[in-house]
Every structure is written in C-alpha cells, then in structure tokens.
Design a protein around this ligand. Structure first.
Ligand code: SF4
Ligand code: SF4
Length: 307
C-alpha cells in the first residue's frame, strides 16, 4: 500500500481517489466497515492522521495520560493542513502501522480520532469557512480506494445516518472553531509568515489544555484580556470549555477576530506606548536634522575660507 493522507477534513486527499460528485446529507451511499471485510484494518497504516485538539483531549483522557506524555509517546510533529501552523499526527510504528491497531481492530475505537471517523466521507467547505461574512458552500465527497472493500457491502444509508453512526457530528462541533482558524490561516497562503511566538502559542493552545489553563490563570493574561467571571468559572475545571476558550484566544491573538477582547485600558496603554515611541523618534529625528544643518553650515564656512 502506498503512503497517503487519510482525509481529515477533505482537503488533502489524493484527488484520484475522490469520486467526482458532490453529496449532500440526504445522499444515499453504500458502505460498511466491519471485522468481516477482507481488508479489515488495511487503512490503519501508512497514513497521516492529524489530531485535532478535541482528539488529543479525549485520547489522552482515555489513556489517562498528561498531554505532554501522550504527545511524546503517540504523536509526531507536523504542520496542519498545509499551513505553517504546528500540530501533531499519530506516530506510526516501525512497520508504518497505527500504534492503536491490532488484528482484532482499533483498541481505542470509541475514542478514535476525527480523521478515522470521517473516512471515507470527506467534507469540503468552499471559501474554506475561515472568513467572517463570507458564505461557504458545504458538501460531501467520497474517497474510494481500491483496497477498501467497504464500498462493496450492501448496507445503504444516507450520509446523515452514516455520520451519526460514526459520531462525526460531535467532532464537527468541537473541531469547528479550530478548523476555522486553520482555514483562515490557510487562506493567507505562504506569503504571510507567522512569528515563532505565535506558532508556539498555537501549538500550546491546540495540544495541552492544562498548560494553556496555567497560562491563562498564572500569567498576565487576565490583566490583558476581558474575561467575565462566568467564563472563568467554566474554564477553571472543565477541559472542553478550556479547549473552546483557547480557540477564542487564538482567533483573537492571530486575527483580531471573535469575542475575546483586549481590555480597553491595555489598548490605551499600548497606544500611549506607541505615542511615546513616536514622540521619542520625532525628537531624535529633529536632533539629527539639527546636527546635519550644523555640519552643512560648517562645511559652507570652510569652503568660503578656502576662496
Ligand atoms: S486510531 Fe484506530 S481506526 Fe484510527 S488508524 Fe488507528 S487503529 Fe485505525
Ligand atoms: S472497509 Fe475500508 S474503512 Fe473498513 S477496514 Fe477496510 S479499508 Fe478500512
């Protein structure tokens, strides 16, 4: 089997494997994956499975591991969806197999990542859903790879039914804001570069809710951002709320978008710092200008003396 990317959100799948047809939630498909198919677990190797923050959270909870240990043991760094945003994918074993697969199937099946749930139905969002005020067209497509015998099974259902069966809707809901950030970043193309600090913050917020919580409560964060008490109460102990809050922070910090705002006095502080810098620059420019004038006068005098 050749190396490939399992479609997480449908953007990077090998186009030759995509059936050239747009599907809706009501479209009917024939597909079933079960231990009786001859290809059982064939798709659990030689694949890139990028993990969303929700995937990481629920996998590490299931495995009872802190985020950093989970990341170290089961993931490898990557960039998300052809952007400069750092993320992680599942670290395959030496034979190129997912560490969670056995002959009997997926050992983490109830908590399996979003990408494994979506397969083989991808979702595309034209305009890639990242920009506010821009209408996006959503549709589904089917990835049909030769090795996947699930397409030969007689079970018929609508895409809506199939997605409900796979628990995709919850993933969509949890991944939505993060994906919007990724897509917004992607729409900038490769011209716009992101600072190393912003990349680190994206990685932290996307992979480790505990460390991000520590950052929120034990840094100057709450002096800078306007966060109401109700939100603070929610994010203090609830990991899902913390994760969703981190997406708000990323939208605000990376694009100045969303509901999380910098406190008015902090904005004023920054404006006055900029004003101070501007005033200092003006004073410096004026002094330089005066020096230059003095130099010019000296030169003029010297030339006169020579005549
Ligand atoms: S997480 Fe489970 S379903 Fe996904 S590739 Fe690994 S073994 Fe297969
Ligand atoms: S039927 Fe398709 S999805 Fe299921 S195990 Fe086989 S290759 Fe994977």
């Amino acid at each position: 089997m050749s190396d490939k990317s399992k479609a997480m959100f449908g953007f990077d799948t090998n186009p030759s494997n995509i059936i050239p047809k747009k599907y809706t939630l009501d479209s009917k498909i024939r597909f079933r994956c079960h231990p009786g198919v001859s290809c059982f677990t064939a798709c659990c190797g030689h694949i890139d499975i990028i993990l969303t923050p929700f995937d990481i959270l629920r996998l590490r909870k299931h495995l009872n591991l802190p985020a950093d240990e989970f990341l170290l043991r089961f993931t490898t760094p990557t960039y998300v969806e052809k952007t400069d945003l750092p993320g992680v994918k599942i670290h395959l074993d030496k034979d190129g197999r997912c560490p969670f697969v056995t002959d009997k199937g997926c050992t983490i099946y109830p908590e399996r990542p979003s990408a494994c749930r979506y397969y083989p139905i991808g979702m595309a969002n034209f305009h890639e859903g990242g920009q506010e005020g821009i209408q996006s067209e959503k549709f589904f497509f089917i990835v049909k790879e030769d090795h996947c015998k699930g397409h030969e099974e007689p079970t018929e259902w609508t895409i809506k039914e199939w997605r409900a069966d796979q628990g995709v809707d919850l993933c969509d809901e949890m991944n939505r804001e993060w994906l919007e950030i990724v897509m917004r970043r992607r729409s900038f193309g490769h011209q716009a570069s992101m600072s190393e600090q912003a990349q680190k913050m994206f990685f932290l917020a996307s992979t480790d809710t505990d460390k991000f919580r520590d950052f929120v409560f034990n840094s100057s964060f709450l002096d800078t951002y306007d966060v109401d008490q109700q939100t603070l109460d929610k994010i203090k102990d609830d990991d899902i709320e913390m994760m969703l809050f981190s997406f708000q922070y990323l939208a605000s910090a990376l694009f100045g978008a969303g509901d999380l705002k910098i406190k008015e006095e902090k904005i004023q502080e920054r404006v006055s710092k900029i004003d101070d810098k501007k005033a200092m620059a003006e004073v410096k420019a004026e002094a330089t200008y005066k020096d230059l004038l003095a130099e010019r006068d000296k030169l003029t005098e010297a030339l006169k003396d020579k005549k």
